[in-house]
Each structure stands twice: as C-alpha cells, then as structure tokens.
Design a protein around this ligand. Structure first.
Ligand SMILES: [Zn+2]
Length: 315
C-alpha cells in the first residue's frame, strides 16, 4: 500500500459480476464498467475479463495500481484468493501475480469485507476515526477492523471474521461447521428465519407485506411491519437488536474502537434500528467503555467495495 498522486483502478469481484472503476487521487470515479461473469469457465478467463475491463476504464490514463476486492478467503500478503467464491475453478488464484504481470502495475488484493471497511475508513463514515470496526449485516455478517489507522489483516490475513464468533454454543448449525455463530442470530437471513418461525403459530402482517411486494419474506418486510407495531415484527427486531449488540459488545471489548460503522441491508432500517442498538450495546459493554465509541450507519453505498479496493493505494 503506497501513496500516489496518479490514477488507480478498483475492482469488485462478485459471485456473478465484476465491477471496475478508475479513480483519481481524490477518490473520484472517472470511468466505470460492470460485467457479468456468466459464461466464463476458468479463473484464467475471469482474470482475462478483468484485465480487459482495467484497460477499458483506464484508457488514456497512467495507472499506478489496481486494488481488488474478492469474496472468500484471501491471502492479502501474497495476493492470492484461496477459496470461497461462486466463480468456477476459483481456488488458490494468484491474482496479484497474474494481473501484476499482465499490466505491469502494483496490485493489492483484499477480501470484500476488508475492502468495504477500508473504504468506509478512508472515504465514508469511518473518516476521522483512528480505530474503527466495520460490520455489514446482510445475508451473512461481514466485518473489517482498522486499528491505529491500519487495516487489521492478521497472520494469514483472515482477521475480522466476526460473523463466525460463537454467541450460542447450542445454537443452529452454521455453514462454517460450528454452531450458534453470530450471523445465525443477527444477519438479514436470521431476521427472516426468526419471523418465519414465529409466524407458524402467530398472525402477522409480515407475510401480507411480502405477498404484496411479490417477494419472499425478508428482513425488509419485518422492518416494514415493525413500523406498524406488528407484535411478531417487534419481537423479532428486539431479539435481533439484542444479538447485534451482543456481537458489537464483544468487538468493543476486543478492539476498543472509537467508531463502529454499520453497513448492509439491515442498516437501512435507520431510526428503527440505531437508537435501540446503541442503547442495548451500552447495556452490554463494561462500564468503562460507555461513551468511548459511537455507532453510525455506513456512508458509502453499493460502490463501497470498489472504493475500498482503490483506496488501498490512497492510504
Ligand atoms: Zn459460522
């Protein structure tokens, strides 16, 4: 990671698409492109597509680096995506080496939650903080930690998997192989599951709201019903807020952040969520921590991964 006054390309590699953008030194997007990965069979083909996009968005600009955000487990020190994306044949892919050699530029690779955390820290709601914990509550829970102004990677750059901290050892099985992980209780998926379970025995407007929108029940419908004082929704939101706060309290005790930035679909609940989340977290942390941190909604939207990846060169 280095300072530069030139142009950087950020890439956000998703399960089904690649987004690329050219940034200037102020972090402004000058060009952007987005393409599906459908039809691409090998990692080499995906990387070739990525390289074409980098050429295309940076045409006419001298670029000094490419920052890549990838889902799954990433070895950031060597720039290798180890595993865990929906892309075919995507394991042990030496992205830094391939893209670096093809384009002759410096390449940094981080996992998508770390990229988002760094983006929020440099350009978003974490700006001005010294020690920040970023948590995104969506299908699962992603997190990234900035300590003393540096993205915390850890020995294998696996740091920040807060979603798999165990909060209920006797809880339901998680995809990671353990039971009762935080994301089983506080993610958008957990909100939906809790609502569906309660609705088996109790009436609720959540199902009607979902049907009216032509979608399956989701956290969004639960918050909509919560606005109208639906008892099932109130119970689900109260329970979720408790578990969100429980995980945040663990993170506060571990990292002593001055700011906690909350992203993901669940954070869009705004005033239905934040005052209660702050109060519950305050209740769960040790007394000395009260007043030492703030909990704020994320400042960046869908571009957070792209912005964070590019910002690896704008630290
Ligand atoms: Zn887990």
């Amino acid at each position: 990671m280095q300072n530069t006054d030139r142009y950087v390309v950020g890439i956000d590699l998703g399960g089904t698409k690649i987004a690329a953008a050219l940034f200037n030194a102020d972090g402004e997007i000058l060009n952007r492109e987005r393409m599906e990965t459908a039809g691409l069979c090998t990692a080499k083909e995906v990387v070739q597509r990525m390289e074409d996009m980098i050429h295309s968005v940076s045409k006419g600009y001298p670029i000094s680096g490419v920052g890549l955000a990838s889902p799954g487990m990433v070895n950031s020190r060597d720039g290798i995506v180890l595993q865990g994306t929906n892309l075919p044949e995507w394991s042990n892919v030496p992205l830094k080496q391939w893209v670096g050699e093809a384009l002759g530029v410096d390449v940094e690779v981080v996992n998508d939650a770390n990229a988002a955390a760094w983006g929020e820290y440099i350009r978003g709601a974490g700006a001005g903080s010294g020690n920040m914990v970023y948590v995104t509550f969506s299908t699962g829970i992603g997190a990234g930690i900035v300590l003393d102004g540096k993205l915390l990677l850890g020995a294998n750059s696996f740091a920040g998997e807060l979603g798999h901290n165990i909060v209920e050892p006797d809880g339901p099985a998680c995809i990671c192989g353990n039971n009762g992980c935080w994301e089983m209780y506080a993610s958008g998926t957990a909100i939906r599951e809790a609502a569906l379970e309660l609705m088996e025995s109790r009436p609720s407007m959540i199902r009607e709201l979902a049907e009216a929108s032509g979608e399956a029940v989701s956290a969004r419908h639960v918050f909509e019903a919560h606005k109208q004082a639906d008892p099932v929704a109130i119970q689900v939101v109260d329970r979720t807020v408790h578990y969100m706060a429980l995980g945040l309290a663990n993170a506060i005790h571990t990292f002593n952040p001055d700011r906690i930035v909350i992203g993901g679909g669940v954070s869009k609940a705004g005033d239905q969520l934040f005052p209660a989340l702050r109060a519950e977290t305050d209740k769960l942390v040790m007394k000395a921590y009260r007043g030492t941190y703030e909990i704020v909604p994320a400042g960046l939207r869908d571009d957070v991964g792209l912005i964070g990846a590019a910002a690896l060169f704008h630290a």
